[in-house]
Every structure is written in structure tokens, then in C-alpha cells.
Design a binder for this molecule. Structure first.
Ligand code: ZN
Length: 181
């Protein structure tokens, strides 16, 4: 295994041989794929990586030289970071900065911990809401919560995309829209 100095950066996007985005790996792992001829570099990042015998540009996007069949996760894992990313860090009720996760239909009354029933919320709205539903308070949700879909979500999860990956990820995905909100 080449001795590659650790570098900063958000990682490298890995494309299948068909150019389909697969996942994000560390820059070090992407460099090893390139050095072992398992992948070719498609887009360079910033800086140069040095191994014992080689120097190569930090990879930002690499493409596998052989097609791999990958079983896809059909849904995005529910996590605090992912919920904040979906909701653009905004409270679902007042659109202020979100600090907490709220169950729209309260858990204490049987509400599910699922994408369709969780929203990012500010502490004030969350506290005021307590064990009530939005309807009981006369509140309206800014948008109906739903599980995020699309290539960018599947590949990135809650990660912010590197602008250099834009050509390979569908930027109309909800992640992008959430960040633009
Ligand atoms: Zn709020």
C-alpha cells in the first residue's frame, strides 16, 4: 500500500465504469484506486499527493476501470444531520434556524420516527408545540415532510457536494434545493 500523506478535503467521488456516481471515499482511498489502476482520475482536486515512487494530483473524481454491480440502498438513513440537510437547517414551522428535531405527530401519541413524521425545528417552536399536533395549534408545515430521493442523496447522504462533482450528480436533487433554501 503506498504511503500517502493525509490531506485535507471532503473526499473523492467514485464513478462506476459507466460514469454512474457510486459513493464518496477518502482522497487517500481514491488515490490508491488510481495507483493500483483500479480507477482513473477524471477530475483533479487541489494539491499533489506523494507516495514512495509517485506524485499525483489529489483526485476529486475517479472512475472505476471495471464495472461493478452495486446493490443500492433504497432509502436514505434517518439521522439528525440528514434531516437538517433535507430541511435546509430551517424550522419547519417558522423558518427560523433549526436546532432540534420535532415529530410532527408526537411520539408520545404514537407518532412514528420516520422521514414523513420528522422535521427540523427551532427550540422555541418545538417547546411550544409540546405534545400537540400542528393542526391543534393552527400551525402549518412549510412543506410536507418526505424521504429524500435522487442520486445526490444516495451518493452523498448528508455530505455537502464538492462543486467539482456537479457534472456527475443531478443537481435538481432535494439536497441541493434544501441547501439553496
Ligand atoms: Zn420555529
Amino acid at each position: 500500500m503506498p504511503d500517502i500523506r493525509p490531506t485535507v478535503g471532503s473526499g473523492a467521488l467514485v464513478l462506476n465504469a459507466t460514469y454512474e456516481p457510486l459513493c464518496v471515499v477518502s482522497v487517500r482511498r481514491a488515490a490508491i484506486l488510481v495507483l493500483t489502476a483500479k480507477a482513473v482520475c477524471v477530475a483533479d482536486g487541489d494539491g499533489i499527493l506523494h507516495s514512495a515512487h509517485d506524485a499525483l494530483p489529489v483526485p476529486s473524481v475517479v472512475r472505476l476501470t471495471r464495472f461493478v454491480r452495486v446493490p443500492y440502498r433504497t432509502h436514505v438513513g434517518l439521522s439528525r444531520r440528514a434531516i437538517f440537510a433535507r430541511d435546509g437547517g430551517r424550522c419547519a414551522y417558522c423558518r427560523g434556524p433549526a436546532e432540534t428535531i420535532d415529530h410532527v405527530f408526537p411520539r408520545s401519541r404514537g407518532g412514528r420516527h420516520a422521514w414523513e413524521n420528522v422535521v427540523a425545528a427551532c427550540a422555541r417552536c418545538n417547546h411550544t408545540k409540546g405534545d400537540k399536533t400542528p393542526a391543534e395549534l393552527g400551525w402549518r408545515l412549510h412543506s410536507l415532510p418526505a424521504a429524500p430521493k435522487g442520486t445526490a442523496w444516495r451518493v452523498l447522504g448528508h455530505r455537502a457536494p464538492d462543486p467539482r462533482w456537479a457534472d456527475w450528480l443531478d443537481l435538481r436533487d432535494p439536497l441541493r434545493e434544501a441547501e439553496a433554501a
